[in-house]
Design a protein. Sequence first.
Length: 198
Amino acid sequence: MEQMIERSREIAWFTARVRESRYALSEHAMRNVMTGQFNVADIERVLVSGYVIEEHRHERRGVSYLVCAAAHDSPLHALCAPANDGSLLVAFAYIPAPPLWLDTRHRNPEGGHRMNAPLQTCFFCGGEIKFVTVGNFDYRLEGRLYVIKKVPAGLCQQCGEKYLAADVGRQMNALIAEGKFTRREDVDVIDYEPAAAP
């Protein structure tokens, strides 16, 4: 799985789906787009001009591919999989960085530290969970949105699901209940409107 899989029929297939707009973006992928480090056009560029660096096979999910290419001045990874209807699903997109990645193509065999919890595989897809620090963690309580920064969490390497250890979850809840806010940030709100037909 570590050796690069040459540009192949998979990339040609991804390219066709992008050009036909026959692909979907998961919430995980869109949340990472919202960080401002890359955009949807960058993800499309990866799928069209990138190369497959890993192929994953899962009993329930089937096959998925980790694709890499440059987006502006940074490398970008996109985890994608064929959907049941013949379209493409982009499950996750991110900029590879330590501690999970040594460089663009190679995972860190140490993988950072394990989260302080017995959970090591994802409940949803069975992927391996690695410890990371989440830049922004959205937390809703009684209809209000809070953002907690620098949260230690377990991150599924296949689907991007995040897991919090029990003590972290309790501490997050306590910080909000006690009103220990460090600052406020304005949030811009957009009502989605479909693009006008050409």
